[in-house]
Structures are given as structure tokens and as C-alpha cells.
Design a binder for this molecule. Structure first.
Ligand code: PNS
Length: 163
């Protein structure tokens, strides 16, 4: 019986789509670890510390969720954490190929690690961190895309100075 699941990702920044998956995973698993990849090849718009802080705030109502970061291979992190279930969200068919490949590769490297896919809720199907970054960059309204408690921070960090 698995107690812990890991929800890995970039979360640059966390969106309502992520919180949808985290909340639903938190109803199934006693413990959910949201794990942010530190990717030296991709700096990202937010620092890892800021991403962690935003996720913690967005998930403050979920007592069985904790936020961590990792580098290197996800399967190594899974073994270190003692967790063997990876949760990933699927938005559209276009996600499938990449997710399928990742799950297969991870399974090849670590047969004890299982990947579970969750379909995102329809209202989040089009959402991604990059869409949020793009809209906010030009001063567009992202209030439907990120949790209200982090909206101001995300908007301020992403808006390009236009003077
Ligand atoms: O939010 P993202 O960017 O879609 O998340 C991708 C992530 C972090 C889950 C994936 O890139 C990952 O697990 N990277 C760690 C390196 C690794 O284990 N690679 C092997 C699988 S191809």
C-alpha cells in the first residue's frame, strides 16, 4: 500500500491546473510531495525558492501536501524519498507522447516506480505555466489561471517594464 506520491514538475509558476492535480492527488494519497526539478539547463523565470513559496501558499489548505526540490533523475529522487508513485497530469492528446516516453523510460530504469496519470479538469485543459508567463508578460489578465493568493506576486514578477 503506497502512502506517498510525488508530483514532479517545473512549476514556473504553479497554475490552477497544477493545484487541480495536487488537490485531487491529496484526496487519494495520505501524503503528496510536490517536487520541483532544479534544471541547470533551464534557469526558469522564478527561482526555485520562489516557486516553492508560491506552491506552499497555493496549497496551504491541503495539510497533506509538502513541497521539495530535486536535481538529477526523478527515479533517483523517488528511491531517496521512499516513494514509488509518480503522479502526472494529462491535459490533451498532445501531452501523451512525451508523458508516455517519460513513464516508459522511468519504468525501464526503475521498475518499482509506477506513474499514474490524471486527466486535468476540463477548465484547466488549455493551461500551462508558459501560457501564464506569456499573458502576464504583456500585462494580460491571469486571474483565471493562477490561485488568487499568489496572483499579485506572479503578475508583478512577470510583467515586463514598458516605459
Ligand atoms: O513540468 P514539467 O517541465 O513538464 O516536468 C518535467 C519533469 C520535471 C517531470 C521531468 O523533466 C523530469 O522528471 N526530469 C528529471 C530528469 C529525469 O528523470 N529524466 C528522465 C525521464 S525522461
Amino acid at each position: 500500500m503506497q502512502r506517498i506520491c510525488v508530483y514532479p514538475g517545473s512549476f514556473d509558476p504553479v497554475t490552477n491546473g497544477h493545484v487541480d492535480i495536487i488537490s485531487r492527488a491529496a484526496m487519494i494519497f495520505p501524503e503528496v510531495v510536490v517536487a520541483i526539478l532544479i534544471n541547470p539547463a533551464k534557469a526558469g523565470k522564478f527561482t526555485v525558492e520562489k516557486r516553492m513559496e508560491l506552491i506552499r501558499r497555493a496549497c496551504a489548505h491541503l495539510p497533506n501536501v509538502r513541497v521539495e526540490h530535486f536535481d538529477g533523475l526523478l527515479v533517483d529522487y523517488m528511491h531517496k524519498t521512499g516513494a514509488s508513485v509518480v503522479v502526472r497530469g494529462l491535459r490533451a492528446v498532445s501531452d501523451f507522447e512525451n508523458e508516455f516516453q517519460m513513464a516508459q523510460v522511468n519504468h525501464q530504469m526503475a521498475p518499482d516506480v509506477e506513474t499514474l496519470f490524471m486527466m486535468t479538469s476540463p477548465e484547466c485543459a488549455y493551461l500551462s505555466s508558459s501560457v501564464v508567463r506569456e499573458i502576464a508578460r504583456f500585462g494580460g489578465d491571469i486571474s483565471a489561471f493562477v490561485p488568487a493568493c499568489i496572483l499579485e506576486d506572479v503578475q508583478a514578477a512577470l510583467k515586463e517594464k514598458q516605459d
